[in-house]
Design a protein around this ligand. Structure first.
Ligand SMILES: C[S@@+](CC[C@H](N)C(=O)[O-])C[C@H]1O[C@@H](n2cnc3c(N)ncnc32)[C@H](O)[C@@H]1O
Length: 383
């Protein structure tokens, strides 16, 4: 069957309901595109950050809401919690995946949600079933006669088999859908992080085109291939040659760190707890996790210790705007949980059938400021 490029949707007509919305990685991206959003999130601290950022929020358990309560929403987004899948391939993670795939099959077969929900409550780890919520919402919206125009989901790479299963179900229900693992540094985020992404558009004629990378993938041995030292170390031919070099930590934090530095991970690599991963300021950051503030930073390669990343810096490595008003407790965890907004911008734009985001949209994201009318007067905790 042939598909055509999706009909572009105007962001001004878009209203996103964002399940498991966290501190707002996807919402700030939506706003930079000119779309409206409301997030559902239960964590009080993430909600505090969202409040300070002026993001519309329903604080509570996603399971206590349903599609019918969001009558203006025409796009569904979701980044369900990932803890139970991160060890997929072995033990508990593999078991969690198999359980979820079984539930997807039941949903696809038209089984009523209440009986599925009753069985989900019996799972060993109740978080396992949360990944089904976006599909449940999508099916409910269809039953209500108001299918979402677009659906955007993101998770750790281990969840790709679930997105594959969702893709097939959505396809049978009239959606065009694609999923893949994307690398954040290939979209200009100064960090290497891999995310399994699903993008769907209602209407088989709206063939989904996944976001096209704009930057080169990180390669360990191309240590100096950042903007400042380009060209010379990269292939001069092929698709990758046309892309921009990846963005380094040093470039992203140029206003905060002078001189080269090395980040020494809090974790060991290759199964050796003593072999700490190292990234130079000329490379993108390693994946920013909830433990980002535990990483050591030294001047040069082995110089004296430097201050650890502030919340603001860690947020910027996730491509959050410099002035993002991180608030509440456990800010590192909020930052580590989030979708990098720059990746969110590419994913949402692709879902709306609009290709690569414009330079203006990227600038709006970078220059984003918290709205004055909703901000409290207390000083930012992320200086
Ligand atoms: C992976 S993060 C999502 C980040 C978000 N997409 C962003 O861009 O910032 C998952 C979020 O789901 C929230 N969460 C987990 N279980 C929830 C539930 N049952 N209802 C509402 N939020 C929940 C967590 O507090 C966390 O902030």
């Amino acid at each position: 069957m042939t598909t055509t490029s999706p009909t572009p949707l105007d962001p001004a007509d878009i209203h996103i309901v964002d399940l498991f919305a966290g501190p707002g990685g996807l919402d700030v991206a939506a706003h930079a595109l000119g779309a409206a959003s409301v997030g559902i999130e239960w964590d009080a601290s993430a909600c505090e950050t969202r409040r300070e950022a002026g993001l519309a929020t329903k604080q509570g358990d996603v399971r206590a809401f349903d599609a019918a309560k969001f009558t203006t929403a025409n796009v569904l987004a979701g980044g369900p919690p990932c803890q139970t899948y991160t060890v997929a391939g072995k033990g508990a993670g593999r078991k969690a995946l198999d359980e979820v795939l079984g539930f997807v099959a039941r949903l696809a077969a038209g089984e009523h949600w209440p009986s599925i929900e009753a069985d989900l409550s019996l799972l060993e780890d109740e978080r396992t079933g949360l990944v089904l919520q976006p599909l449940h919402w999508a099916l409910e919206a269809l039953q209500n006669g108001r299918p979402y125009e677009a659906i955007v989901l993101e998770q750790v790479p281990a969840v790709l088999p679930v997105w594959e299963a969702f893709r097939k179900v959505l396809h049978n229900l009239g959606y065009s859908a694609e999923c893949a693992v994307l690398r954040t540094e290939e979209f200009g985020v100064p960090q290497t992080r891999r995310r399994a992404v699903l993008i769907a558009r209602y209407g088989k004629e709206n063939g989904v085109v996944l976001p096209t990378p704009t930057h080169r993938p990180y390669r360990k041995n191309a240590r100096h291939a950042s903007r400042s030292s380009y060209p010379g170390l990269w292939p001069s031919e092929g698709a990758e040659a046309k892309r921009l070099p990846w963005v380094s930590m040093g470039e992203a934090l140029a206003d905060y760190r002078t001189g080269p530095f090395t980040v020494i991970s809090n974790y060991g690599t290759g199964g050796d707890p003593k072999a700490r991963g190292r990234r130079s300021s000329r490379e993108p950051s390693a994946t920013v996790t909830g433990k980002v503030s535990r990483n050591r930073i030294v001047a040069g390669e082995n110089g004296p210790d430097l201050p650890r990343f502030s919340f603001r810096e860690a947020g910027m490595l996730q491509s959050f705007p410099e002035k993002y008003p991180w608030s509440g407790k456990d800010v590192s965890q909020q930052i580590g949980n989030a979708v990098p907004p720059l990746l969110g911008l590419h994913i949402l734009n692709a879902a709306l059938g609009r290709g690569t985001p414009s330079d203006d949209a990227i600038k709006r994201l970078e220059q984003w400021r918290p709205p004055m009318d909703t901000r409290s007067t207390k000083p930012q905790s992320a200086s």
